[in-house]
Ligand binder design. Sequence first.
Ligand SMILES: [Zn+2]
Length: 249
Amino acid sequence: MEMIKRKEWGAIESGRRLSPFRIKPVGIVVHHTTGASQDPASRVRAHDRYHVKSLGWKSIGYNFLISGETGSIFEGRGWHQGAATRGQNYKTISLAYIGSGDELTDIGKQSFVKAVEGVRKKYGDHLWVKCHRDFAKTYCPADQLAAWVKQGMPLDVSVNPKRIDMYGVKQYFLDISRTLTRKPLKRGSRGKYVAMAQKQLNARLPVNLVVDGIFGRNTRKAVIRFQKQHPIADDGIIGPVTWRYLWTV
Ligand SMILES: [Zn+2]
């Protein structure tokens, strides 16, 4: 499962060793973090700070956190025992949606499903998915998120991802990357690659760029905003690295 590692987002390392699972996890528990959803890396750091400094935990309580804004999956405790679901932590993996849980986005849902698939790949397809509120008197996760989990996490995709020719898609993007090495997209660039990038920026950020294939001031601003959320130079230019991040991370 592709994720932003603890080191990359800046987890507090308390020096206390995280406990491994003594039994194989049997299920997945869904949470929302509360708070804002914007700037997910800084939200994750804030929750980490709260759990470590205020609650005295070894680390952020969740195993993984999912951003509805960027679709990123953040490593919390990762494959170690979490602390988010009292009574269940020794046998479950907790996944938290960053934010109020009442603002689900398509990309957030997709990443949530990806995270569930990643956990099942590690521990088995039989793992159940339940909500925190199934185990405690809590509002967590919020209604919208809880309802979506109860429905079996359906995705509103027009294309069945299983039917996409992944090799062909990969090749297509690699070819574009090569073009961008020679000729990166920047202010003043025009064409179908600019339009593709604008469309993707609209999907990855809360922006609403006109998809006109003209790289103007707003597109540049959106590119910088996107780059700032990732470990890449925020120069406002789409080269092969930024291009790759736009579609994968
Ligand atoms: Zn919860």
